[in-house]
Design a protein around this ligand. Structure first.
Ligand code: BEZ
Length: 226
């Protein structure tokens, strides 16, 4: 039997280059890689404007925007709605809640970007994007992907936690354990040679279960003011 593009949508994976695109947004027409401008980007989709769970989620992103900015990260939303619908919804949310959704929201009415990013999952909905979150690094690589169904809202603390974990892992070349959050100890990379193994075993500062499971504290950042 012939299969359609919708039955087998493109699903960008961890480590892939983030597909580039041009789109109409609430901030005008933009090109994704230009928008990224060397920063981290969170590209997220919601099923539809003027719906309750989506309203809680997008106000959640807007309320935490300063925390994303502090992590050098830009936000961009998407749904398969028209630009007129987006503008009316943004205005309505501002009037009713006082929260301004002041990041670009893509009007993906032809589903081009949603299909590119595997946001259309036809057994969930053939017309609305699922709740996807793509974490794109400054080199435009996809580093983490979340897909949530239509009826379950995401968790903003978790989105910020994993973003900080990715950045910490890059900066210090470490891995992060279960439930890691900023300030917690990190995983020492497991040794690959006997010499490295001895070094872990002999290190008195590490918290050790064994040579392959050792944790260490990261040096505290010193703020230098001039
Ligand atoms: C919501 O955001 O509330 C929603 C949107 C689409 C389907 C179900 C719930």
């Amino acid at each position: 039997m012939e299969t359609t593009e919708l039955e087998h949508p493109t699903m960008p994976r961890i480590g892939d280059n983030a597909p580039d695109f041009e789109a109409v947004t609430t901030h005008g027409r933009l090109n994704f890689s230009d928008y990224a401008d060397g920063k981290w980007v969170i590209l997220f989709s919601h099923p539809a404007d003027f719906t309750p769970v989506c309203t809680t989620e997008l106000t959640g992103f807007a309320n935490r925007k300063k925390e994303f900015e502090a992590l050098d990260t830009k936000l961009i939303g998407l749904s398969i709605d028209s630009i007129h619908s987006h503008l009316a919804w943004v205005n309505n949310v501002k009037e009713k809640t006082g929260v301004y959704l002041d990041f670009p929201i893509i009007a993906d009415i032809d589903m081009k970007v949603a299909k590119m990013y595997g946001m259309l999952q036809p057994n969930e909905s053939e017309t609305a994007a699922v709740r996807a979150v793509f974490f794109v690094d400054p080199f435009l690589k996809i580093r983490l992907v979340m897909y949530y169904p239509l009826n379950v809202g995401r968790n903003m603390d978790e989105i910020l936690r994993v973003l900080e974990a990715l950045q910490t892992s890059d900066e210090h070349k470490v891995a992060l354990p279960l439930d890691w959050k900023k300030g917690d100890k990190v995983i020492v990379p497991p040794p690959k040679t006997l010499k490295e193994m001895e070094a872990v075993i002999e290190n008195a500062y590490y918290e050790k279960i064994d040579f392959y499971l050792a944790k260490k504290s990261l040096p505290e950042k010193v703020l230098v003011t001039v």
